[in-house]
Design a protein around this ligand. Structure first.
Ligand code: SAM
Length: 353
């Protein structure tokens, strides 16, 4: 067993890595040796991605045994024993494994995928990152009619979870602007995505949010988007108003209207408080227990409301009316325990006439 509870020793991990690199085992390439050693280090309780990796490692193990046609070479056994004794969270092991998984899932886009530990914008994990992005593109294209040549504004783009599939869909004549209050995500996207897809641009906006940008300078209730009037065909806020207070939402809807062209659409996701969701929450069916608050909104955490906010549907309907946006499609989500749903969150597609 790894030295459980022992503190990781980077120097020792580095030495082990070097030994692995230098190990020359007849007929077994270094990559396989790495895989084998990774396998040795897997522990119960890792994430789904890693458990899948564990299967993969098991396959490598079997291959290696077959390859050798006899018990594993002593050298491998020694390395295995060493790694078992090493601290379990040797950074290169998880990085190495993640890189392999990324390449398999994302192919040539793998370098544009952040490390799992940096995925602050949703559930961390490579498979879920991919599945979320794929769902987003499918829904935008097939349900809401996003066309490949449109100008898209993604408010609260996070670390590019939903951007990546768009790089494969939007043409060069289209444009994509991503803005977010979380600087780290914007920096990652600027560094990784824009150089390869110059029509994809990202800006940090220093708007206050207790969860994502506690030191932000500007209030969401008064913030003006850094874009000229009537520039975009499609504005999306996916899982963003679920982290904002009502006064910010009201102002953002007016800003969305301002930057949309006539005939443009906005797709926004919510957790709506309405009769049905209230009943399901009270019946213990909801995946999120919005236990605090009443009236305009309900929250999961009383100290940091922006962790997740469910908002009164009638209030939002009123905001759309005041902003001059016409909702055309509403799909209620499965978050509160509904059986048949398009997606997890509630969706509203609206147009500017
Ligand atoms: C749950 S994440 C969703 C990210 C992305 N839209 C996605 O679906 O993958 C919420 C995002 O909204 C951003 N956000 C929160 N308040 C914001 C605001 N007032 N303006 C712009 N972005 C905001 C957060 O920084 C975070 O990246």
């Amino acid at each position: 067993m790894p030295a459980s509870g022992g503190r990781p020793d980077p120097a020792r991990a580095g030495r082990d890595l070097e030994e692995l690199r230098l190990a020359s085992i007849d007929g077994v390439d270094h990559c396989t040796v790495h895989c084998l050693c990774l396998y040795c280090c897997f522990e119960p309780g890792w994430t789904a991605d890693r458990i899948q990796g564990r299967d993969e490692m098991a396959a490598v193990w079997r291959k290696l045994v077959r390859f050798a046609g006899k018990p594993l070479p002593d050298q491998v056994m020694t390395l295995k024993a060493k790694l078992r004794a090493a601290p379990r969270n040797i950074p290169y092991i998880s990085e190495y494994f993640e890189d392999r998984c990324k390449a398999r899932l994302f192919g040539g886009l793998a370098p544009l995928v952040p490390a799992v530990k940096d995925m602050f914008d949703g559930e961390p994990g490579l498979k879920v990152f991919k599945a979320n992005g794929d769902e987003f593109l499918r829904v935008c294209r097939d349900i809401y009619g996003l066309r490949p040549d449109e100008n898209v504004l993604d408010v609260g783009c996070g670390i590019g979870r939903k951007t990546l599939p768009l790089t494969q869909y939007l043409t060069r004549t289209a444009s994509y602007e991503g803005i977010d209050v979380a600087r780290a995500g914007i920096e990652w996207c600027r560094k990784r995505i824009t150089p390869r897809f110059p029509n994809f641009r990202f800006q940090h906006i220093d708007v206050h949010n207790r969860h994502y940008n506690p030191n932000g300078k500007y209030s969401a209730a008064a913030y003006k988007f850094p874009f000229k009037d009537e520039h975009f065909d499609f504005v999306v806020l996916w899982s963003v108003f679920t982290h904002m207070m009502p006064d910010g939402i009201g102002n953002y809807l007016s800003e969305i209207r301002r930057v949309l062209k006539h005939g443009g659409r906005c797709l926004i996701t919510y957790f709506f408080v309405n009769d049905e969701s209230t009943r399901l929450i009270s019946g213990g069916k909801s995946s999120l227990n919005f236990r605090y608050g009443a009236g305009e909104y309900r929250v999961l955490s009383s100290s940091i409301p922006e962790r997740a906010i469910a908002i009164d549907e009638r209030l939002i309907t009123d905001f759309y009316r005041k902003a001059g946006l016409q909702p055309t499609n509403i799909y209620y989500g499965s978050w509160c325990g509904r059986q048949k749903s398009l997606s997890y969150q509630d969706h509203v597609l609206a147009t500017k006439e």
